[in-house]
Design a protein around this ligand. Structure first.
Ligand SMILES: *Cc1c(COP(=O)(O)O)cnc(C)c1O
Length: 401
């Protein structure tokens, strides 16, 4: 591979760009995970995670990808043949559903057209039909990374309550945590699944379960085999800041730094920044004359935007053109969306100029790749970001927009 100067633009919706502060933190000698210093760090991280998940309840950390935390949520809470209600919002929801099937669960599925989030009314209707309470949990992907649609979790919670149904509520926040507002306690979620490599700005390799009291109680009588993923041993060891098996020590150094960065910016600041970049991106897409895949404006994702290609034009050819010419990676279309869409990731370690570089790469790529489009997306995004900056700094003069 020939040397390419400058920084690669990793604009897929995860893994995201790892900030220098996190890289520096990871680059530190691995310590004894049973030694005296480790416990202090462990406690600091376990406590800091509560801020990120907006919870007072335990957050379990696994040395695993997000898929591991999916499995952990399922094996801790269920017994063979238990029924779960899942909403197929896109590719990731469908993978979680397949996993549930492999583990011997029965999946009741609410299908969608992969252009929107979970419909609270559909969830309520399914639960009302289930008079015998055979459904043990409702599982929803908060931010469907394959489509760029964000489900409205508080409304799904309300739907469960309106049906008077005792099902557990499990939410995958792998591509929304620490980027889009998410409240484990306030929104009454029993198990929140998350991963390290998206909003948390870490390399891949850690994943999480935030666990409610109700879920922990359910886990005590659940019969699916569990050992590595068992919450109880983990939560017991975590009380003193330690882990029942060797944790991913260096990733934990990085996690401590990432939590500190989120606290310095504040969650409110982090969410506002992601909302601003998402809106600027959508303005660019509209100015290009292209269509946003998510069909419901109330469910637009603030961490990625999936863009539909004009009919008959290949998204992966465009992605290849952009990678070759501008050294930028964009997300591919997954599952049934292969070739039809590309995804612009705008999450994690990201500022206005990162976004402008990203959008410039897309607009230049559209021209270079001969994709049918209009110019002016970059200009539209730039005007929006300038306006937003002016609002943040009253008195600043707006020139030439
Ligand atoms: C990335 C992602 C996953 C998969 O996580 P892995 O770390 O690849 O196992 C699952 N769900 C969502 C919503 C994701 O964005």
């Amino acid at each position: 591979m020939a040397f390419r100067s400058g920084r690669h633009f990793l604009q897929i919706p995860g893994p995201t760009n790892v900030p220098d502060r996190v890289l520096r933190a990871i680059d530190y000698p691995t310590m004894d995970h049973r030694g005296p210093d480790f416990g202090h760090m462990g406690l600091e991280i376990i406590d800091g995670l509560k801020y990120v998940f907006q919870t007072k309840q335990p957050v379990v950390i696994y040395p695993a990808s997000g898929t591991g935390a999916w499995e952990a949520a399922l094996v801790n809470c269920f017994s063979p043949s238990d029924k779960v209600l899942m909403v197929e919002t896109g590719h990731f929801a469908s993978l979680w559903q397949k996993m549930a099937g492999k583990l011997g669960l029965q999946v009741e599925l609410i299908a969608t057209d992969w252009r929107r989030g979970a419909d609270p009314a559909a969830v309520e209707a399914k639960l009302k039909e289930d008079k015998a309470h055979a459904i043990k949990a409702v599982c929803v992907v908060h931010n469907e990374t394959s489509t760029g649609a964000t489900s409205r979790i508080p409304l799904v919670r309300k739907a469960i309550d309106a049906a008077g149904h005792p099902a557990l509520f499990m939410v995958d926040t792998i591509s929304s945590l620490a980027s889009i507002d998410y409240r484990h306690d306030e929104w009454g979620v029993d198990v929140t699944v998350a991963g390290s490599q998206k909003g948390l700005m870490l390399p891949p390799g850690l994943s999480f379960n935030a666990v409610s009291e109700k879920a922990r109680k359910t886990a005590q009588s659940a019969k699916l085999p569990k050992a590595y993923w068992a919450w109880d041993e983990m939560i017991a060891a975590n009380k003193t800041g330690y882990f029942p098996y060797t944790p991913a020590t260096n990733l934990l150094y990085g996690l401590r730094e990432a939590i500190a960065m989120l606290q310095e910016e504040t969650l409110a600041g982090v969410f506002a920044r992601h909302a601003r970049h998402a809106e600027a991106t959508r303005r660019a897409v509209r100015a290009w004359g292209l269509e946003i895949l998510c069909a419901n404006a109330e469910e637009y994702s603030n961490t990625l935007t999936a863009v539909m290609m004009p009919a008959g034009q290949d998204a992966d050819a465009l992605r290849k053109t952009i990678l070759n010419a501008y050294d930028m990676s964009l997300g591919t279309g997954l599952g049934r969306l292969a070739g039809k869409i590309f995804r612009i990731g705008h999450l994690g370690d990201f500022n206005d100029l990162t976004l402008m570089g990203t959008l410039a790469g897309v607009e230049m790529g559209l021209a270079l790749g001969g994709v049918t489009h209009k110019q002016g997306g970059v200009a539209a995004a730039m005007a929006y970001l300038t306006e937003a900056a002016q609002k943040q700094a009253p008195g600043a003069k707006l020139n030439a927009v």
